[in-house]
Design a protein around this ligand. Structure first.
Ligand code: IMP
Ligand code: MG
Length: 171
C-alpha cells in the first residue's frame, strides 16, 4: 500500500489506549464485566486495551457483516453470536470504529435483548461527522474526520489489518 499516510503512530496509539484502559478500570471496578470484541477489525485494539486493564473480565466475540469496499451497505447481519451469559452483567463492546453507527446500533440492540445490567461501547476511532444513527460511544480513543483508515485492525477489502499504525489513504 504505497499511498498510505500515517495518521496515528504506534506510540500515540499506545498512550491513548493506556488512558482509556485506566478510565475503564475506574468505571468497572468490582463489577462483573463481559467484554465483547467485534470481529475481525477490533481484535488488534481489543487485545491491547484488555492487557492494559486490571479489571477481572470475561472475554467473548461477536461477528457481523456490513461493509463492502469503502462504502457501508447499511445491511448488518449477525454471523457469530457471543457464548457468555450476560444476564445481570455489565457488557462492554469493543469496536474498531463508529462510522454511520448502523453496526453498533444493531450490536447494542442485539446484546441488550439478552438482559444485561448495562451495555456500553468503547471505540478505537470515531468518525462523528458521518453518523446516521442516534448512537454514541461511551469511551473513544481517537476522533477523526472523513478519512478512510487502514492498519491496526482496519482493512481495505480484507488487507492491511496488520500494519502497526493507523494510516489513511489519500484520495
Ligand atoms: P458503520 O456501521 O457505518 O458505523 O460502520 C462500521 C464498520 O465499517 C466498521 O466495523 C468497519 O469495519 C467499517 N469501516 C468504517 N470506516 C472504515 C475505515 O475508514 N476503514 C476501514 N473500515 C471502516
Ligand atoms: Mg468492524
Amino acid at each position: 500500500m504505497d499511498n498510505l499516510k500515517v495518521l496515528f503512530t504506534r506510540d500515540e496509539i499506545d498512550a491513548r489506549e493506556t488512558e482509556v484502559a485506566k478510565k475503564l478500570d475506574e468505571d468497572y471496578k468490582g463489577k462483573e464485566v463481559v467484554v465483547v470484541c467485534i470481529l475481525n477489525g477490533a481484535v488488534f485494539f481489543a487485545v491491547d486495551v484488555m492487557k492494559k486493564m486490571k479489571t477481572e473480565l470475561v472475554f467473548d466475540t461477536l461477528q457481523v457483516s456490513s461493509y463492502v469496499g469503502t462504502e457501508s451497505t447499511g445491511n448488518v447481519i449477525l454471523k457469530k453470536d457471543i457464548e457468555a451469559d450476560v444476564k445481570g452483567k455489565e457488557v462492554l463492546i469493543l469496536e474498531d470504529i463508529i462510522d454511520t453507527g448502523k453496526t453498533l446500533k444493531f450490536v447494542k440492540n442485539h446484546l441488550m435483548s439478552k438482559g444485561p445490567n448495562s451495555v456500553k461501547i468503547c471505540t478505537f476511532v470515531d468518525k462523528k461527522a458521518r453518523r446516521e444513527e442516534n448512537i454514541e460511544s461511551d469511551y473513544n480513543c481517537f476522533t477523526i474526520d472523513n478519512k478512510f483508515v487502514v492498519g491496526y485492525g482496519f482493512d481495505i477489502d480484507g488487507v492491511g489489518r496488520n500494519i502497526p499504525y493507523i494510516g489513511y489513504i489519500e484520495q
